[in-house]
Design a protein around this ligand. Structure first.
Ligand code: SAH
Length: 217
């Protein structure tokens, strides 16, 4: 799998586009400048990899728009080596950005075919430290809870209580909440006395957060 000077040049342009849209954390921009996003798409669609758009990755799923990945990552306020649970592995791209931010990453996917794909692919490109899991993200990941941060990369009708329960004190959950068409980005912080602080950010459009799992055929 190859990463050329041309790809590096295209990535530098993408970083500039994202910076101009208001992302100023150098660690996030460096991560986007480093990760070979073209390898996450089918080779036939390589030219789309460094445009700031979402793209289909099969199984009716998408790799999120780079700006959206950067925006959610910024809201997480990652510091040091945090334990992060991602819901919706999809292509695995967002998980790689979290690794570049210094996080210890657990990522759950409900589509077994995508889970199998990322479990093979991520180690091939040097991201074997991501712990990929097959399961229903509505259950979170009891085995490795509690987490410093939880990031939901699919659109949820509400704030999932199970995920709130799996946050550490002082932990934060980022989740787009709304209907199928449009969602508001929410950040929930679990305060010291167990109370929750809720903040709302811009509007986004994610694929739906669905219940249950889909086995590979
Ligand atoms: N983070 C991904 C983008 C994911 S798109 C990336 O960087 O490419 C949203 C993903 O969430 C899809 O792969 C979808 O299958 C998954 N998903 C939806 N509902 C889920 C659930 N209940 N549990 C786990 N994953 C889920």
């Amino acid at each position: 799998m190859k990463d050329s000077y041309r790809h590096k040049g295209l990535r530098a342009q993408l970083v500039e586009v994202i910076r101009q849209k208001g992302i100023d954390d150098p660690r996030i921009l460096d991560a986007i400048g480093k990760i070979p996003r073209h390898l996450f798409l089918d080779k036939a669609f390589e030219e789309w990899a460094y445009k700031d758009v979402a793209f289909p990755i099969g199984h009716e799923q998408t790799i999120s728009q780079p700006y959206t990945v950067a925006y959610q990552t910024q809201l997480l306020e990652l510091r040091g080596k945090m334990k992060v649970l991602e819901i919706g592995t999809g292509s695995g791209y967002q998980a790689c950005v979290l690794v570049e931010m210094g996080a210890k990453v657990y990522s759950v996917e409900r589509q077994q075919s995508l889970f199998i794909r990322t479990s093979e692919f991520l180690p091939e490109i040097g991201y074997g430290m991501i712990r990929t899991l097959f399961g229903d993200g509505y259950q979170g990941c009891e085995k490795f809870a509690p987490f410093d941060r939880i990031l939901v990369t699919a659109s949820s009708p509400n704030i999932p209580q199970t995920l709130v329960d799996q946050l550490k004190e002082g932990g934060k959950l980022i989740v787009p909440v709304g209907n199928d068409e449009i969602q508001t980005m929410k950040r929930i912080t679990k305060l010291q006395d167990g109370k929750l602080e809720e903040e709302s950010f811009g509007n986004f459009s994610f694929v739906p957060f669905l219940k249950g799992v889909v086995k590979a055929s």
